[in-house]
Design a protein around this ligand. Structure first.
Ligand SMILES: Cc1cc2nc3c(=O)[nH]c(=O)nc-3n(C[C@H](O)[C@H](O)[C@H](O)COP(=O)(O)OP(=O)(O)OC[C@H]3O[C@@H](n4cnc5c(N)ncnc54)[C@H](O)[C@@H]3O)c2cc1C
Length: 395
């Protein structure tokens, strides 16, 4: 595995390039490499490591903490009827990369209301948890079968432009590096979705620029579907408690999840509160919110102290009579992660549009249709499915 330090503009050439280093990219890469060991492939990721939205914050400010600040675990709602997914999950279980998540899941509801308890989309089926911090799971997946040395990893590299010329893909990064390849996989839809215009400050969606209208029906349809897809923003608050903070009871498992029913979510602005026991026995707390007014007030104010006060006060009110959770006393540290696009929503893209053989480009990620839409289940499944199609089309 190569790590690349900055030394001006560079040119690279590969058989296959993957944009994005989240879980779907890693699943695809590991499948591809198992059967194409001699091929030269690379993953290009804008972040500092693998994992994407299933990653772990390793804070410089709060040393020694590893908090899963995106997806904390994952659920597979349909394992029985989906052999491709079932076999893959079994493989991850056998290799001890994941285990069944037997953590306590508690639903908090306002007992004065008799609303039916609605199960979160993150709880249906069977839940699994990574045997390592979440970000390391993606890494383990590509290291599997000693494939680690067979793939180049480019971090802190944002691809901003795509071209398809003379049957070859040509990618340009923000700092001017050029990457050429015969095959291209996009594991994120950033370069295909209209949000790219604002984020990258450009006037044409990069994939549309590379493949003009009416050149490929599948690409036109893919872009039409994505035009109707939007995203749920989220904030995650990471709380670093001091060594004296613990549960009131003697709960000793690594994770404990509290889900808030709608009425409580509206009142406290929290979607779920996840306790994560650290290796040093300190207890980390990650609070998720998708309340749009709350998120906007953070974006407009950007006042961490105000938010810290609000979060701690809401936390203490929420758990005031709880028999397991102690109150926070405000000398705990906090950091905030803003997820502009935490999950796709609205229109899912049909799996039939995953591959264009004409342009030798494939797509995977949680933005495809199916029971796992918007979740890790969908990411893994789409990557497995894409590899099957890829194998068939390009023998
Ligand atoms: C706060 C939060 C909570 C969640 N909770 C759950 C949960 O409980 N259960 C569940 O199943 N799912 C959950 N999810 C969703 C889950 O994390 C995602 O479905 C999954 O991680 C998506 O993986 P992916 O590989 O499809 O995409 P990603 O993880 O987004 O990977 C794509 C990668 O591409 C990179 N990238 C994009 N564009 C470029 C570019 N132009 N150049 C270079 N790199 C680029 C991105 O940085 C990213 O790392 C949650 C997500 C968030 C944010």
């Amino acid at each position: 595995m190569s790590s690349n330090s900055r030394i001006g503009k560079r040119d690279f050439s590969y058989d296959l390039l993957i944009i994005g280093g989240g879980i779907s990219a890693c699943v695809f890469a590991s499948r591809y490499l198992q059967n194409n060991i001699t091929k030269k492939i690379a993953i290009i990721e804008v972040g500092r490591g693998l994992g994407g939205r299933s990653s772990t914050r390793i804070s410089k400010r709060f040393k020694g903490w590893k908090l899963n600040h995106g997806s904390p675990n994952f659920n597979i709602s349909n394992r029985k009827d989906n052999l491709l997914l079932k076999n893959y999950i079994d493989e991850l279980l056998q290799n001890k990369f994941i285990k069944i998540d037997d953590s306590e899941v508690i639903s908090l509801s306002d007992e004065t209301k008799l609303d039916a308890i609605k199960k979160s989309e993150f709880c249906s089926g069977t839940s699994y948890v990574s045997s390592f911090p979440m970000g390391e799971l993606s890494q383990k997946i590509i290291e599997f079968n000693n494939l680690r040395d067979k793939i180049d990893l480019f971090f802190e590299t944002l691809i901003v432009d795509l071209e398809f010329n003379d049957y070859e893909w040509n990618l340009t990064s923000k700092n001017g590096d050029q990457f050429k390849s015969k095959y291209l996989i996009c594991s994120s839809n950033l370069l295909i979705h209209k949000r790219s215009l604002k984020i990258l400050n450009i006037n044409k969606i990069p994939l549309r620029k590379a493949i003009p209208k009416k050149k490929d029906k599948k690409i036109d349809l893919l872009l039409n579907f994505l035009d109707k897809q939007s995203f749920i923003p989220r904030l995650t608050f990471l709380i670093y408690t001091d060594e004296n903070y613990s549960y009131k009871d003697f709960y000793s498992r690594k994770y404990r999840y509290f889900y808030l029913e709608k009425n409580l979510e509206d009142k406290y602005k929290f979607e779920r509160v996840i306790f994560q026991l650290q290796d040093n026995n300190k207890l980390g707390i990650v609070i998720h919110t998708k309340n749009i007014d709350f998120i906007n007030s953070y974006i407009n104010k950007k006042d961490e102290d105000f938010f810290k006060e609000t979060i701690f006060s809401n936390f203490n009110k929420l758990f005031i009579n709880n028999t397991s959770v102690n109150q926070l006393i405000c000398n705990e540290g906090i950091s905030i992660m803003k997820w502009r696009a935490s999950q796709p929503c609205g229109c899912a893209v049909p799996l039939s549009l995953q591959l264009s053989s004409k342009y030798r480009i494939g797509f995977c990620g949680d933005w495809f249709e199916g029971e796992g839409f918007g979740r890790i289940e969908g990411s893994i499944f789409s990557a497995l499915k894409l590899y099957e199609k890829f194998k068939k089309s390009f023998k």
